[in-house]
Design a protein around this ligand. Structure first.
Ligand code: CP3
Length: 346
């Protein structure tokens, strides 16, 4: 019998590993023809998220095709927003579109959803994935973090300037805090249900919090992030915090209660380590665009990431999600490179 691959979970806890574990944000997706075929069969992206057997199939694709050390639940951070009462749609080749929430009185129309009755398809997908994985690799569950979820609800989609949500913050800080609090309550219940269904680690995606100044991150976002992690700590699974563009507040991220901080490519992992005093394991941080380079350049970039990373407590990943037309053979090659370059002397 093969041993369960626990490199990823060990690295999250800063324990020794045989080699650096690797997985990728957006490892399931359009760059895989196999993914596009299943999405077609489901009848679209949201339908795919809501069909547990098919969500399981696409979750397992990168494990089988790439040989990564962790699976990530196939779903989307916007799923709980729909359950809160915000209609969502995904047009072909476009980003998400949401009905907008713009002020304190709009908040009264939203509610904190019961994750099991309202998003039971997610928990069902987790149970099926765990059964089908046979402990080959651990399964990561996830949610959007309060600020990033709020940004989709307020902007109505992905934004270039985040002008709506930031002006709400300046204009009405009290109801802005209420908005973040509502998101935090939703995320806590949602992630608890995922762990109860079988998720073995969780990642909080605060993709857009990097638009905030250090001052505002500290004032508004760190408190709700800490509240989420302290509510989940007792579950005993590693908790990862990802923020894109986080160089201005790495120290604050390390104070959030996360076990792992996942950083983008703009700061070296040696600097991230120094600034967080080894309090957290580090995940990252290859520029996703490096996957378009030649294998030689890619290898050099991977080597550099590993050279700057801590010996124990590093999970190799990208600094942001995989892009839709990434050359798959480079992704397959990168997994091999990381396993080879990351070998530790035991
Ligand atoms: O990582 C994985 O493989 C697991 C699945 C996953 C998806 N989205 C699938 C997806 C995860 C973890 C997410 C998280 C997510 N969703 C984030 C945070 C991470 C990040 O990328 O910063 C955000 C901001 C979203 C919101 C979202 N979903 C956007 C903005 C878009 C459109 C952009 C795009 O790439 O098309 C999506 C759609 C989406 N989520 C796709 C996938 C595979 C593409 C849908 C398709 O066309 O098939």
């Amino acid at each position: 019998m093969t041993q369960p691959n626990d490199r990823f979970l060990r690295a999250c806890r800063q324990q020794k590993v045989d080699t650096t574990p690797v997985w990728f944000m957006r490892q399931a997706g359009r760059y895989l023809t196999e993914y596009r075929a299943v999405r077609e069969k489901a009848g679209g992206f949201l339908a795919l998220c809501k069909t547990p057997e098919l969500a399981c199939e696409v979750t397992l694709q990168p494990v089988d095709i790439l040989g990564v050390d962790a699976a990530i639940l196939f779903s989307d951070i916007l799923i709980p927003l729909e359950a809160m009462g915000i209609p969502i749609s995904f047009g072909e080749g476009e980003g998400p579109k949401l009905e907008t929430v713009r002020n304190g009185s709009d908040l009264d129309k939203l509610h904190v959803p019961d994750p099991v009755s309202q998003t039971g398809f997610v928990m069902e997908a987790i149970r099926i994935i765990r059964r089908e994985l046979h402990d080959r690799v651990p399964l990561v569950g996830f949610a959007g973090a309060p600020f990033t979820l709020a940004s989709y609800a307020v902007e109505g989609g992905t934004s270039r300037t985040f002008g709506e949500i930031l002006s709400w913050m300046y204009r009405e800080p009290e109801s802005f805090q209420r908005l973040l609090g509502l998101m935090a309550d939703t995320v806590i219940l949602y992630l608890k249900a995922q762990v109860e269904a079988g998720a073995q680690a969780i990642q909080l995606f605060d993709t857009w919090a990097g638009v905030l100044s250090r001052h505002h991150y500290r004032e508004f976002v760190l408190p709700v992030t800490s509240r989420v992690f302290s509510a989940l700590k007792g579950l005993g699974v590693p908790m990862i915090l990802y923020v894109n563009g986080s160089a201005q507040f790495l120290e604050e991220m390390a104070l959030s209660g996360a076990d792992v901080i996942s950083v983008d490519w703009r700061v070296g992992l040696d600097e991230a380590r120094e600034r967080t005093h080894g309090a957290c394991a580090l995940q990252g941080n290859l520029d996703p665009v490096a996957l378009y380079a030649s294998k030689e350049v890619l290898r050099e970039q991977a080597r550099r990431v590993i050279a700057l990373a801590p010996q124990a407590g590093h999970i190799f990943n990208l600094g942001h999600g995989m892009l839709p037309d990434t050359p798959r053979e480079n992704v397959i090659a990168l997994v091999e490179m990381v396993h080879e370059l990351g070998k530790k002397e035991l």
